[in-house]
Design a protein around this ligand. Structure first.
Ligand code: HEM
Length: 260
């Protein structure tokens, strides 16, 4: 109708809450699940092991390679530029340092990547090309997480594995961020400055839930080593049961023959 010309356009979202508030709200339940994966629980109990941590670093390497490549590629995009902080946040070089510490010079040939991590990275590359505004959701999920709970996890990791001088723990250190809390405030205000249509905003919120889901899947690691190991145990035990069964059957038959 004619009136609609005078009504505010649906892309003005001043009546809605800030993106930073909304994104936190829609991912609240996902965060609880992300905190309670097997790996995160091991962390919280101070029982994270070296193999667990090494495997996590391998996944993080792939994830940040894809994420930071997508951010670099879109650094001038109006929806990405405000949250583009390579000097303060970039993690790739730090992870490389940690991998070199644990695996040695030829770490590139030694790292293993779970299938779930590959799916996550595929999504990151895809949105880097097709929906750069969704990078808001992915950068939020990783970087704000690293600046929050990640700080505690770093100290736990150090204690659990008896690491010294920050060796192997570069991933948790943000030398370019003097106050994580203040930086998080700045980051949120930058997120809120991005002008999105309602449709784009809903897309970003949905993508944030998805980003958490990808991270939960990665941490489950059920498509790598660990399952192979479990499968092996199940396989061995069923084989053992079969042999035992055969033995019992043979014994029964021989007792029967003896009794004759
Ligand atoms: C042991 C596991 C974890 C613990 C103990 C933990 C703890 C925390 C804490 C204490 C905060 C600050 C909350 C606040 O400021 O109100 C936080 C924020 C956050 N965490 Fe975690 N977290 C964990 C795992 C994760 C994981 C696996 C992810 C996703 C990959 C994640 C993503 C986030 C994000 C995005 C925020 C920022 C929320 C916001 O202020 O909008 N966390 N976490």
């Amino acid at each position: 109708s004619l009136f609609q010309h005078f009504l505010p356009h649906s892309s003005t979202n001043s009546c809605l809450a800030d993106l930073s508030e909304q994104i936190k709200k829609v991912t609240k339940e996902s965060h609880v699940r992300a905190e309670n994966t097997e790996l995160m629980l091991s962390f919280q109990r101070g029982k994270v092991t070296l193999p667990q941590y090494k495997l996590l670093l391998c996944s993080l390497y792939e994830i940040y390679q894809a994420l930071e490549e997508a951010l670099d590629r879109n650094s001038n995009h109006p929806n990405v530029a405000p949250i583009y902080f390579p000097a303060e946040l970039a993690r790739l070089r730090s992870i490389e340092k940690d991998l070199e510490y644990f695996y040695g010079q030829d770490w590139r040939e030694k790292i293993v990547v779970p299938a779930a991590t590959k799916r996550y990275c595929h999504r990151l590359r895809q949105i880097g090309k097709e929906n750069p505004e969704f990078l808001l959701a992915h950068a939020y999920t990783r970087y704000l997480g690293d600046l929050s709970g990640g700080q505690v996890l770093g100290r736990i990791a150090q204690k659990s594995m008896g690491l010294k001088n920050g060796d192997g723990l570069s991933f948790f250190a943000f030398p370019g961020v003097s106050s994580p809390n203040l930086f998080k405030q700045l980051y949120r205000s930058r997120m809120n400055s991005v002008e999105l249509t309602e449709e784009e905003r809903n897309g970003v919120l949905e993508e944030a839930v998805r980003a958490f889901e990808f991270n939960i899947q990665v941490r489950r690691c059920d498509d790598l080593g660990m399952t192979d190991h479990k499968t092996e145990i199940v396989y061995t035990s069923s084989l053992l049961r079969m042999v035992l069964g055969l033995f019992v059957a043979l014994a029964t038959v021989s007792v029967g023959i003896y009794a004759l």
